[in-house]
Design a protein around this ligand. Structure first.
Ligand code: F6P
Length: 320
């Protein structure tokens, strides 16, 4: 029986479990043996046995956040020796196809195995939504909703104290998560690494709000946009106010996946197996509009994902 393996890699994202479930069940339905590799590429480079999977192995996980296969960051995969070792292990275990669920760093790791004769298919899973070539990654929608729920809580206390709050959200070097969450939350300002900010403008917005008798203000700050504590000190000094900082941290990466992420994970996981089955190696599953398409892995790292400046401008207009 031909065999496929699946692993999750990099930062976990809600919906990864739905994707693993789909990989396992689609593979079995097509007559493949399927095994899980625990702890991402680190697990592949170690000597822990692969886990043989059956239909029931992925029962009761679709609603859980994180990844039941465990994950890790594996800088070793940037070394040629480790890439050779990983490919050799897959061949020794009789694995002919590998599904990798993760971000663009994980895609690079998968590409090195593809170049060594392993059929690979990738599924974009990261809350950052920063993979070029797909409209959306698994985990993004849940993370946006988690941030919105945090903003709802902040608004209660912010209104009660008539305070300004600065909320830091994740996204590594990108502002996709901050923009979506900030726009959906109706934040007064959104700071992202892609767009230079002007402290005068931020303070002018806050003052306009105060003059209109707004009881509070929320500023969403992407973690890559600069030091939120410095920014807060500046705002406090300029407006003679006592604003507060909340760093949401890893809370925004956990939680039960939204319907959107479960659907995306299920569709993309199944498609990844189909790609391997059709012999279409070296691609990732991408959402384009409502449809899924196979996009070459190279597209995800040759160019950065374009930042939607029009959406940013809209957010700024609506926040006036
Ligand atoms: O890539 C996902 C992500 O959550 C980023 O938003 C964040 O910068 C990073 O991972 C945090 O990584 P770690 O969990 O290793 O601290």
């Amino acid at each position: 029986m031909p065999k496929i393996a699946v692993l999750t890699s990099g930062g976990d994202a809600p919906g990864m479990n739905a994707a693993v479930r789909a990989v396992v069940r689609r593979a079995i339905s097509l007559g493949y043996g399927i095994c899980g590799i625990r702890r991402g590429f680190s697990g592949l480079l170690g000597d822990q046995p692969f886990v043989e999977m059956e239909m029931g192995s992925v029962a009761d996980i679709i609603h859980r956040g994180g990844t039941f296969l465990l994950t890790a960051r594996a800088p070793d995969m940037f070394e040629q020796g480790c890439q050779d070792q990983a490919a050799a292990r897959l061949k020794d275990e009789g694995i002919e196809g590998l599904v990798v669920i993760g971000g663009d760093g994980s895609f690079k790791g998968a590409m090195t195995l593809e170049q060594r004769g392993i059929k690979t298919a990738c599924v974009p899973g990261t809350i950052d939504n920063d993979i070029n070539g797909t409209d959306q990654t698994i985990g993004f929608d849940t993370a946006v909703n988690t941030i919105l729920s945090a903003v709802n809580n902040l608004r209660d206390t912010a209104t009660s104290h008539e305070r300004i709050f600065l909320l830091e959200v994740m996204g590594r070097n990108n502002g996709f998560l901050a923009l979506a969450a900030g726009l959906a939350a109706g934040a007064e300002s959104i700071l992202v690494p892609e767009i230079d900010y002007d402290i005068e403008d931020i303070c002018a917005r806050l003052l306009r709000g105060i003059e209109r008798q707004k009881t509070h203000s929320i500023i969403v700050v992407a973690e890559g946009a600069g030091d939120i504590y410095d920014l807060n000190r500046e705002i406090c000094a300029r407006l003679d106010t006592d604003s507060r900082v909340t760093v949401l941290g890893h809370i925004q990466r956990g939680g039960s996946p939204s319907a959107v992420d479960r659907l995306l994970g299920s569709r993309m996981g199944a498609m990844a197996v189909d790609l391997i089955n059709e012999g279409k190696s070296g691609h990732f599953t991408a959402l384009r509009g409502k449809d899924l398409e196979a996009v070459p892995l190279t597209a995800s790292f040759t160019d950065p994902r374009p930042f939607p400046e029009d959406l940013y401008r809209l957010a700024m207009v609506l926040a006036r």
